[in-house]
Design a protein around this ligand. Sequence first.
Ligand SMILES: CC(C)(COP(=O)(O)OP(=O)(O)OC[C@H]1O[C@@H](n2cnc3c(N)ncnc32)[C@H](O)[C@@H]1OP(=O)(O)O)[C@@H](O)C(=O)NCCC(=O)NCCS
Length: 168
Amino acid sequence: MATVLFPQFQPKIVKDKTGEEILVRQYNHETDREALIEMYEKYDPDYRCLGLPPLTRSGIETWVDYLGKNGFAIVAEKNGKIIGHLVIVPDERNRVDLTIFVHQNYQNKGLGQEMMKLIIEYCKKAGFDGITLVTERSNTRAIHVYRKLGFEIVAPYHEFDMYLPLKK
Ligand SMILES: CC(C)(COP(=O)(O)OP(=O)(O)OC[C@H]1O[C@@H](n2cnc3c(N)ncnc32)[C@H](O)[C@@H]1OP(=O)(O)O)[C@@H](O)C(=O)NCCC(=O)NCCS
């Protein structure tokens, strides 16, 4: 695992497509861990992707702790609750691997795209070469969002590997 120093993320209030204001800010594993686990405990299994999030509390804890140790994350917050989580984990090639989950009650309102745009700008400023991600071929909504933001499918197998280069 590469040792990477992550710059501070500037918090931002974004508006979803209904005009609702949502705070997007940096995740703090010490203070936000419980609220993030709560979001995933309440997450509708119908909206899992690639076996994530895990289905049990202990599975969620292990996953969240792994990401907290190895990655950098932003969260969307509404009324003190975490409703969206986007995490990047750096690799040895100066790229980051991205994972995003928006709580089912807030999906398809533009929040995912807003979070993605913010992390793309953040990754550019942080000097990463590109963003990789994997999704399911059947996840047409996620694929639509990723393509709209410039990601290309680089390995079209059972899963789709997608990549967004950040440097020319
Ligand atoms: C994928 C995800 C992160 C996207 O975030 P979101 O806030 O729901 O998405 P947005 O509202 O920003 O954008 C959805 C876009 O997809 C389009 N869309 C919705 N359903 C669609 C479908 N079934 N097929 C294709 N496009 C679809 C919408 O029209 C919108 O595009 P537009 O703005 O060009 O009109 C979110 O839906 C989610 O968490 N899904 C479940 C977990 C997941 O799949 N995570 C991805 C990692 S594998």
